[in-house]
Write a protein of this length. Sequence first.
Length: 62
Amino acid sequence: MTEPLYMSSKEEWEQWISEAKFNIFNLKIQQVYIDLPTDSGTVAMSQNQWAAILTGDESYAG
């Protein structure tokens, strides 16, 4: 499941990446908006998608 993301400012990002010595693997997970190097979460479902599944009426399925 995914959660709403925090969009950092340019100033925050510049500070974080500098503190991480310009190594993206030294960033904290809360500082990463999209994790492309590891392909994490690319098929995850949002909270709204899970809610739709859990509250859906499947009585028509027999």
